[in-house]
Write a protein that binds this ligand. Structure first.
Ligand code: FAD
Ligand code: NAP
Ligand code: SF4
Length: 695
């Protein structure tokens, strides 16, 4: 088995694009599309869409893909009636997926996912009867016979995957799922042959790999996803991780993939504020130990790898033999082909927001992608050339206008895109200034290049009026003029020390050391993060600082790799307020809200809900925000601060609509101009793309 990349000198990414010889088959490059739950797994009717989804990514050049997780039996379901591969009838349905992938020259493995105590249903099972903090269901403790039945279910699932035409399976052994639950005493308190010593605790993992290999034969890929750093107290020690890796290699695994952190871990592992490649050092550590022991099994690294340059560097450093990326293939199915053509600047980069992928999966919605709304909707959102070319004006080059203008031009329309600002991006130019949101710049780079490639005529520094547009006789006008900050009408808010979030984020006004923020939506949280962070010290760009701040340690020094966080002091004393009672940030993303809240708590941000803003006035040498609580306006108090920042939401900006419609111009509203309430870039880009696809 060769695990050393060959380096064709003409290749723009010689390590990334080198083939990988697995002995019985060769992968065309070192890119693994990692498993990602899209919801297409959970229902027979979705199989044609799943086939189209994977076929498009196979066409895009990825070396090996892994499906979202399929349970091997009912006990292993993620939720009631979740995707399962346990019968030959189900295997026949999968054939359309494997056939579509093979027709495009791709390779695909099926992930076998048994959730154990993470199962969101009453039939879940586990080594011991210990409820997880992320599920309301307490698992049933398995008998010895029950464990044997789970092992057989894994093997049957792998054989059915083979019958269905898959090139291999990934055995999900990480992220705190069933197999992982056997490995650590935190969840395995058995006293029989499946608990106690580490040899007993790892028996399940090794038996599953060994007996799967015996069942499927030699020429079938078995990826074992191994938890290399659990990020929970009492997780695996490093000796145990290495021992397990050696044992699964001996048991017949073809590839070892990296698992980073259990789902219940209190350390973010893939959010946008996590530095790129933040955990590749863990994979490198394991690979080094395996090589020192003379083992050549290829090792795959993962987490926050989103551009070819980063992936190439990781491979060149000897951290791994392959890189796994999941979300970047939602964002851009053409990722590998673009890299191979030296067009990495044309890649639509995953910004790690989780808003349309993981957040959807957790809400039982089909996963898609904020920057690419076609993801998961390939059979329904079709961008095709228009038979009737039109002259179209798009007003506003924020996310909605950018998506609309480039989609229209790609379809053959003649497009003029106007923005009053001196650059494209709209509010993304504010978002990208928030520490931990630097990735948002990538979306603007992508759209900038796509404007050039599609031939959109871009007019910056141009605030257009209705009269201009009427005079130019466009066939259609798309208003993507966005939003304007809401005026909260608090008595005294005209004080010069009361600032808008725009002034603060653009650095137009100095901000003192004590700040109150009025409004605790997405923008209030972002402004708080901006204010507590010293300028130029975003930990998303500083891996050692980020690891220290979240308490991530070398797993060779401490079990599970978690220690007490070392938090640097906040730059300012910030108070975040909202009128609603209850938890602040309740409306933030399901998979990222807890990170924003935890990050601000670490910086001692005070969070106050249920307030009435009575007035703003002078208080001592600074400013006073007078608040009361509840409907009866009780417990009046004054917050003495240096500045107050208004983050009180936004309203649509669409003053052009009325005159255009009165003049009979065909006008469409998209993004914030259409609806400001609960607006985000996901809706703006999706709406812009869909309206443009239909003109
Ligand atoms: P906008 O982005 O507001 O763009 C409107 C554009 O129209 C502007 O460029 C403006 O100059 C131009 N314009 C207006 N009038 C005219 C005119 N008459 N002539 C010419 N040009 C005109 N969303 C998320 O989904 N996830 C996040 O994490 C996130 N973080 C954010 C962080 C911050 C700090 C901010 C401020 C916003 C964030 N958002 C986030 C919100 C997101 O940026 C908006 O939902 C999105 O930008 C709305 O897109 P839009 O195209 O409708 O409008
Ligand atoms: P928002 O999420 O709607 O929050 C507005 C905040 O202002 C709320 O806390 C609201 O709380 C308060 N508010 C509303 N009316 C007020 C009034 N009249 N006086 C005082 N306070 C008032 O809007 P946003 O924070 O401006 O964000 C805009 C959009 O960008 C959001 O829809 C969001 O989805 C998106 N965004 C997303 C992220 C992300 O991480 N996903 C980050 C930033 C922005 P009370 O009414 O309880 O006081
Ligand atoms: Fe990446 Fe966000 Fe798209 Fe998910 S929704 S794939 S995190 S850009």
């Amino acid at each position: 088995m060769a695990a050393t990349p060959s380096s064709p000198s003409s290749s723009p990414y010689p390590h990334l694009l080198a083939p990988l010889d697995l002995g019985f088959t060769t992968l065309k490059n070192r890119v693994l599309m990692g498993s990602m739950h899209t919801g297409l797994e959970d229902g027979r009717k979705h199989f044609p869409a799943m086939a189209a989804y994977f076929a498009e990514r196979a066409r895009g050049g990825v070396g090996l893909m892994v499906t979202g997780g399929f349970a091997p039996n009912i006990a292993g379901w993620t939720k009631p009636f979740a995707g399962m591969l346990a019968s030959s009838g189900a295997a026949r349905r999968h054939k359309q997926v494997t056939d579509a992938v093979h027709a495009e020259g791709g390779k695909i493995a099926l992930q076998i996912l048994h959730t154990g105590r993470y199962g969101y249903h009453p039939l879940c099972v586990a080594p011991s009867r210990i409820q997880s903090p992320i599920s309301p269901f307490t698992p049933r403790e398995l008998s010895v016979g029950g464990i044997e039945r789970q092992i057989r279910a894994f093997i049957r699932c792998a054989m059915l995957a083979r019958d269905a035409g898959y090139d291999g399976v990934e055995i999900m052994g990480s992220e705190g799922y069933f197999i992982n639950q056997f490995l650590v005493t935190h969840t395995n308190q058995r006293t029989d042959d499946w608990g106690g010593s580490y040899a007993n605790r790892m028996r399940l993992a090794v038996e599953i790999v060994r007996r799967t290999r015996e069942a499927v034969g030699r020429d079938f890929i078995i990826i074992y996803r191994l938890s290399m750093i659990d990020l929970i107290p009492g997780g695996s020690s490093w000796e145990e991780v290495v021992l397990l890796a050696k044992a699964v290699e001996a048991a017949g695994a073809t590839l070892i993939n990296s698992g980073i952190g259990w789902h219940e871990a209190r350390v973010p592992t893939i959010a946008t504020s996590v530095p790129r490649g933040a955990f590749t050092w863990v994979t490198k550590k394991l690979r080094t130990d395996l090589r020192a022991a003379g083992l050549t099994i290829p090792v795959v690294t993962s987490n926050r790898l989103n551009m070819p340059e980063v992936a190439e560097q990781v491979l060149a450093d000897g951290a791994a033999d392959m890189v796994s990326m999941a979300r970047p293939f939602l964002a851009d199915p053409e990722f590998v082909n673009k890299a191979a053509q030296g067009r990495s600047q044309d890649i639509n980069t995953c910004i790690a927001c989780n808003q349309a992928c993981l957040d959807h999966a957790f809400k039982a919605q089909l996963a898609s992608c904020l920057v690419n709304p076609r993801a998961g909707h390939e059979t329904e959102l079709i961008i095709k050339m228009t038979p009737a070319k039109k002259r179209v004006a798009v007003i506003g080059a924020g996310p909605a206008g950018l998506a609309a203008a480039t989609t229209l031009a790609e379809r053959g329309h003649s497009v003029d895109l106007y923005d009053a600002a001196d650059k494209i991006g709209g509010q993304f130019n504010l978002a990208k200034r928030v520490p931990g949101k630097e990735e948002f710049e990538e979306t603007l780079r992508y759209f900038g290049n796509r404007i050039t490639a599609t031939g959109v005529r871009l007019h910056l520094n141009t605030r257009v009026s209705a009269a201009d547009l009427i005079a130019q006789k466009f066939d259609d006008v798309l208003l993507a003029t966005g939003v304007t900050p809401r005026n909260p009408r608090i008595p005294g808010q005209e004080h010069p020390k009361v600032l808008s979030y725009i002034d603060v984020l653009l650095g137009r006004q100095p901000v003192g050391k004590r700040v109150a923020l009025i409004g605790a939506g997405g923008i209030g949280f972002d402004v708080a993060e901006f204010l507590v962070t010293p300028a130029g010290h975003s930990t998303a760009l500083d891996l050692p600082a980020w690891l220290a701040e979240w308490g991530v340690a070398d797993p060779a020094e401490v079990r599970g790799g978690v220690v007490r966080p070392q938090v640097s002091p906040p730059e300012r004393q910030v108070t975040l307020l909202q009128r609603k009672p209850g938890k602040l940030g309740a409306g933030l993303g399901k998979t990222t809200g807890w990170i924003h809240r935890a990050a601000l708590k670490m910086k001692n941000v005070e969070m106050i809900s249920g307030v009435n803003y009575e007035r703003i006035g002078e208080e001592g040498s600074g400013l006073g925000l007078f608040i009361t609580f509840g409907e009866k306006r009780l417990d009046g108090t004054v917050l003495a601060v240096d500045n107050i920042v208004l983050c009180a939401g936004q309203e649509p900006l669409r003053e052009l609509l009325e005159p255009l419609r009165t003049a009979g111009v065909k006008t469409h509203l998209i993004g914030g101009a259409d609806e400001a309430s609960e607006l985000d870039a996901k809706r703006a880009i999706n709406q812009g793309t869909r309206v443009a696809a239909a003109i």
